[in-house]
Write a protein that binds this ligand. Sequence first.
Ligand SMILES: Nc1ncnc2c1ncn2[C@@H]1O[C@H](COP(=O)(O)OP(=O)(O)OP(=O)(O)O)[C@@H](O)[C@H]1O
Ligand SMILES: [Mg+2]
Length: 517
Amino acid sequence: MQDWKELAGLRVIRRMAEIVNKRWNLGVGFADSSGALIRGPEVTRFATHRPFCELIKSCREGRKRCSQTAIGMIEHHNSGGGGEGAVAYTCHAGLTEIYVPVKSDGEEQGLILAGGMFTERHVRRQREKVLSSCADLDLPAEELQKAVRKITVLSDEAQEYLRDLLELVVRETLVYQEEIAHKERRLDRLTRELAERSSYRNIIGKSPPMRELYRLLDKVAGTDATVLIEGENGTGKELVSRAIHFNSSRKNKPVVVQNCSAFNDNLLDSELFGHARGAFTGAVGTKKGLFEVADGGTFFLDEIGDMSPALQVKLLRILQEGTFIPVGSTQTRKVDVRIIAATHRDLKKMVEQGLFREDLYYRINVITVALPPLRKRREDIPVLAEYFLAKHSQGKRKCQLLSSCMERLMDYHWPGNVRELENEIERLLVLCSDDRQIGEEFVSPRIRYEIYHDGEGASSEAPGLPQAIERLERTMILDHLKQARWNKTKAAITLGISRRNLIRKVKAFELDRRRNR
Ligand SMILES: Nc1ncnc2c1ncn2[C@@H]1O[C@H](COP(=O)(O)OP(=O)(O)OP(=O)(O)O)[C@@H](O)[C@H]1O
Ligand SMILES: [Mg+2]
């Protein structure tokens, strides 16, 4: 919907009104799509002096006829009387008004109009018409005649100029409005994105799978439910578990992290549940277990799939009753701990193979958060790369990845996910030393020369030597071709092979300029 106040306040409209006022002593106004008249901009320096229109509007019937004129104009336009441009229209009293339709978002919003004048050629006839059509109004005849004499008379040429001016101004305002709408849309989007991400500041990524993740995290945050985070190495399981904790009502309580594969079973047992004095050799005093430390807060059990069957039983009890018994003790302890577990293994399969307790699996798996591997959200690679560049060049000069370098990073299948990308960026920052712009020559060879990847990433089996050589050969040829802008003679020289040999290989590897842009 058009904001007419705002429109009237635009500089271009005010300027136009000034010109119209000063030059011809005519007014500028608006009619919305219902025909309601809206006053034009207040042009104080050039006060509109239209004694005739003011006189007519001083009586009720006159005001009514004026608004009917506006409605008439809208109807005239809607019935196809006017096109896109300016239209001359005769008002109830017989004066000429010029209007231009205002459209926005493809919808008719109303009219912008200027006028209240006579046309030079017909001035006599128009004067007579005005006097007769207004004769029935309750107005003093002498005043009416005086006012009619002051009505502006415009030549055809001047009217043409006025039309051009109105059209130009409407076009300008539409461009301006489109710009504002565009900016507003952008602002909206940014605000939304910010709102979506603000609570997960450290988690970078705006690809669809990541947006999906933020939505799920929002739902999870408000609950106390046990969460199972699944994801390959380096996908951010720990990062996400902390985000869940810091967005929950437990955020001011401890969050404890324990990797279940890092210890032998006995040590892990006493680490998690504590031990009584003399529970085993070396247990000189009692020790609080991490579950007690985490009381009131969140416990992140990393690599839960590595937990022994005995400990799985103890964990199940905590989940069911909130109780446990420290090693070597007979006393039951009670804690209130939210558990977030993580694994890179397929727990369900482990259950089927009898390696993980089914009852524990269902207890843990109340909500599953599956973290997408980086190769499934390649569009996040540039933002992540930027983030790590900034993170690791703190205090140093800001470096930039050249697009060739970014291309390499985007093409790679990232078996080590975000952690691997972070390490690569750190490495690039060290290697490029004084260069502000980081080129592809600094990229690790394994990334630079990997080319085959299907959507699912490279197969888990390592390729044999012939395949590896073929890959390397294909990548190098493609590299040199790109550098030589697909000039095969030049590429053959830099590759150190004959042009004929190169052509044969290009064919064999199905290298095609369009597909390998
Ligand atoms: N979406 C992300 N945004 C920013 N940094 C991330 C993101 N995902 C992971 N990282 C970073 O990558 C590194 C690995 O993340 P994290 O340790 O959480 O992964 P993980 O899944 O627990 O890995 P692992 O399976 O090896 O234990 C960390 O430095 C982390 O900050
Ligand atoms: Mg981890």
